[in-house]
Write a protein that binds this ligand. Structure first.
Ligand SMILES: [Zn+2]
Length: 268
């Protein structure tokens, strides 16, 4: 509810979506949830007078018709426009009677569901971020948006991260935030140099704001040329000392003791 309070313009879309569920009244245990959610979104887009929703499309969040929601809705609009104008009503009937199988699409259009899905992927409603996520899912052993026996551990986290990048990227200024984040993350994970050591003049002094056991790659690279360089523990001790003197006014921070503790902890 907090979310709706902050996004009141989306209230009507949610209302239509949920009212569609009331009308559906499907037996949930024999109904593929992606069609239940896809038809509820289809109804929302079809009515078309909600404030905030644009065209139905697949996205990083919902990249496949089996993800339901706006992607399944976009797929139904495609089939409706090109193959069978009654597709949504007929699908709804099948689901209500509990008689749905994927063969429904072949019966209704003369074309197999997987062929329809292939044709749909050439339309603009199948966005590039949906395509990127699906490609990634496939490379990690997913089929139709779902993990399989071939899926390696950690795949779900990788996909979730790519998905959140894609979502942030679509916000104003989001692309800059994502590339800055990825740059910082690669500095951290790979201990990369921010620039080649040869580009730093021999007389220069350097300070790396991070620290790690055995020193950072940046410190090792710069100290080779005899430059004055220190890693983040210098700043860590200075910050600790400043905090100490604020808590204990008039007492000098035992900087040497603090530094020794940091060195011991990092076993430098
Ligand atoms: Zn729903």
């Amino acid at each position: 509810m907090d979310w709706l309070t902050n996004s009141p313009e989306e209230l009507d879309a949610y209302l239509v979506h949920e009212m569609a569920h009331v009308a559906q009244n499907y037996a949930w245990w024999r109904t593929p949830p992606h069609w239940t959610e896809g038809l509820a979104d289809y109804a929302t887009y079809k009515l078309g007078y909600t404030n905030a929703w644009r065209c139905a499309q697949c996205s990083a969040m919902y990249p496949h018709y089996t993800s339901g929601y706006s992607c399944a809705a976009a797929f139904l609009f495609f089939v409706e426009a090109d193959y069978n104008a009654q597709i949504a009503a007929q699908l709804n009937q099948k689901l209500r009677r509990g008689k749905y199988s994927d063969a429904f699409f072949k019966d209704a259009t003369g074309i197999e569901l997987r062929e329809l899905w292939k044709a749909f992927q050439k339309t603009p409603a199948f966005t590039s971020s949906a395509a990127d996520i699906l490609k990634m899912e496939e490379s990690l052993g997913y089929v139709n948006g779902k993990p399989t026996a071939k899926t390696k551990s950690g795949a779900a986290q990788k996909i979730a991260q790519a998905r959140s990048y894609a979502i942030i990227e679509q916000q104003p200024g989001g692309a800059v935030i994502v590339s800055a984040y990825q740059f910082l993350k690669s500095l951290r994970d790979n201990d990369q140099l921010p620039l080649a050591a040869e580009q730093v003049s021999p007389g220069a002094a350097g300070l790396d704001l991070v620290y790690r056991r055995g020193g950072t790659a940046w410190v090792r690279a710069l100290s080779k040329g005899g430059r004055r360089i220190s890693d983040g523990r210098t700043m860590l001790v200075a910050q600790g000392a400043a905090a100490f003197e604020r808590f204990f006014p008039g007492v000098h921070a035992p900087v040497e003791v603090m530094r020794a503790a940091v060195e011991r902890a990092l076993r430098a």
